[in-house]
Ligand binder design. Structure first.
Ligand code: PRT
Ligand code: ZN
Length: 299
């Protein structure tokens, strides 16, 4: 391990697939430039001191655990499967932060005609999945004896080709299940992209970089949920704002020249502002309403 490895934080990202775009977008919003991933295995952003490693998502947990890279972004589903691969379940990885994209769920699904009313209906059945460890854990915890068949891809075809009675696969919109005449019968776990590191501590230089990255990600996450709102309102209606706009306990109140009973209110709402909120604001007489996105939010 050379000097260079000590002074550059290495992050593993999925080369291409459902996690790649979300990871790039998040890092870009954090001011980190992810250089082209098309032909290169490794690129870097010198200004942040970070090196990117573009690999298949399945390789990322092992690379973090072995110290080939320091942190990585992949799905919680994969983390769960990786840490439950041994009977002892000793995790050497830990989630630093959930990232809020690539959301999906791991669900059991069966052909439409499969009679299902309770968990024990799964006893004696064959279930095909790419997540055998997670599934076995679930079955054990539920006292179900079923046979697990591992498939790497095209799991949704398993029932039709006679490999299994049910499948256990990732679902997001549900379109794949629908197209294959399958019905979702039970959700085993929810998943989203997560930022992961090894449990073993990083050197202080790298820890500081991770801290800096986490602070930026939290700033981006807080900003994406929040909105900056400006409006005009009768002064005696200010107290009613808190009931309509979550997180607006400390609005900035400004006098409006020529309108002694009215004020201009500037406020950050901690939640997205929907049309219903706007209509409720109009309901207490708000006018000149402006709802603006926030780029960064650091407390
Ligand atoms: O090549 P590499 O190994 O890196 O990629 P991959 O093919 O293993 O993974 P990829 O890119 O398909 O998914 C990466 C991660 O995205 C997964 O591990 C999940 O954390 C997350 N994710 C989010 C999903 C989905 N949504 C998803 N819908 N991963 C897979 N799917 C598949 C699912 O397996 C099924 O085939 O999409 C289909 C279902 O989608 P719907 O929308 O029809 O329900
Ligand atoms: Zn993969």
């Amino acid at each position: 391990m050379g000097e260079n490895r000590k002074s550059v934080l290495r992050i593993a990202l999925q080369k291409s697939g459902r996690l790649a775009e979300g990871s790039d977008q998040l890092l870009t919003k954090c001011g980190i430039k992810v250089k082209s991933r098309s032909n290169q295995l490794v690129t870097c952003d010198d200004s942040f001191g970070i090196e990117f490693l573009f690999v298949r998502d399945d390789d990322i947990p092992g690379m973090i655990e072995s110290g080939v890279c320091d942190i990585g972004i992949f799905g919680e589903n994969l983390l769960r499967e990786y840490v439950s691969r041994s009977v002892v379940q000793v995790s050497k990885l830990e989630t630093i932060l959930p990232l809020g994209f690539s959301k999906c769920r791991l669900s059991l699904a069966a052909p439409k005609e499969f009679p299902y009313s309770k968990l024990s209906d799964l006893n004696g059945k064959v279930i095909a999945t790419s997540y055998p460890n997670t599934l076995r854990n679930f079955l054990n915890a539920s006292n179900i004896e079923a046979n697990v068949v591992t498939m790497h891809g095209s799991v949704e075809l398993a029932c039709h080709i006679g490999v299994a009675d049910l499948i256990c696969d990732l679902v997001s919109s549900g379109a794949t299940l629908y197209e294959n005449a399958l019905k979702e019968i039970l959700t085993i776990s929810q998943s989203e992209a997560v930022l992961v590191q090894a449990q073993a501590p990083l050197n202080s230089y790298k820890s500081k970089l991770v801290e800096k990255l986490v602070l930026r990600i939290k700033g981006v996450q807080a900003a994406s949920k929040s909105k900056y709102i400006m409006l005009h309102l009768e002064r005696d209606k200010i107290d009613q704002l808190a009931g309509i706009l979550p997180g607006c306990e400390t609005p900035t109140i400004l006098d409006l020249k020529g309108f002694p009973t009215k004020v201009a209110v500037h406020v950050v709402s901690q939640e997205d502002v929907f049309w219903e909120t706007v209509e409720n604001l109009k309901g207490i007489g708000a006018s000149s309403l402006l709802v603006m996105p926030i780029d960064k939010m650091i407390s």
